[in-house]
Design a protein around this ligand. Structure first.
Ligand code: ZN
Length: 231
């Protein structure tokens, strides 16, 4: 029981580096791993015509993948406060469209929500909303069916996997607004593009994708073989 309590406490207040395991005394990552995070200094776009602007504080890399895996699969909600702040700073630095904006998280299927106990994109979206003052519309989109991990599929199958997976729940919350669509990680981009297609039915003024990390330009997927379950 003591070991379990220690494990739970470490999820809330990590004492060791999430990436390399060295002692940090309370920080999520040690100084060496923090230096290995790859900053994304500018906004980008997905490799699709007419794709939305994508903003993230980081590009995908080993340390970021470890942080996202800790958040999604190890109960590491301690990541949310720090990552939400980084995402909020990146949004304010790279997007001028925050006056009439709303924040919408990429929805999690209810079976994954039941198993995980929390919605990591929803938590990040709420944190960005709290820090920027942009209202959160967490039920504007719904997820009708569970999908396979995008990175486990070939390029031709990714679009079909998420096609029609999302639906609009509340067009009135979206119409005429600048939508900030929040997800934890954008790898192939097909998930957020499927959300954009669903959002377009409500007539938003614009859609900007905000995530913790995205693939570097010229790469449409993260490189590490063990990250196929992250999206
Ligand atoms: Zn480390």
């Amino acid at each position: 029981m003591r070991g379990f309590c220690r494990f739970m406490l470490d999820c809330i207040f990590p004492r060791t580096c999430v990436s390399c395991g060295s002692f940090t005394g309370g920080s999520l990552v040690c100084g060496l791993c923090r230096d290995r995070l790859v900053r994304a200094e500018a906004a980008g776009r997905l490799p699709e015509s007419c794709s939305p602007q994508v903003i993230s504080p980081f590009f995908t890399g080993d340390v970021l993948i470890d942080l996202i895996r800790f958040l999604k699969f190890e109960g590491g909600t301690a990541v949310v406060g720090w990552m939400g702040r980084e995402m909020a700073v990146a949004l304010e630095a790279h997007s001028g469209k925050t006056g009439d904006a709303v924040i919408v998280p990429v929805p999690l299927h209810w079976t994954r929500l039941a198993r995980r106990g929390y919605d990591q994109a929803g938590l990040l979206a709420a944190e960005v909303s709290r820090r920027t003052g942009i209202p959160l519309r967490h039920r504007a989109l719904g997820r009708m069916r569970r999908t396979m991990a995008q990175s486990s599929l070939d390029r031709g199958s990714r679009k079909n996997n998420v096609s029609g997976a999302f639906h609009l729940r509340s067009a009135g919350q979206i119409r005429g607004r600048d939508v900030v669509l929040v997800d934890d990680l954008v790898t192939t981009g097909e998930t957020v593009l499927a959300c954009c297609r669903a959002l377009s039915g409500a007539g938003p003024t614009s859609v900007t994708v905000l995530c913790a990390g995205r693939a570097r330009p010229g790469k449409n997927k993260v490189e590490r073989p063990d990250c196929h379950v992250l999206e």
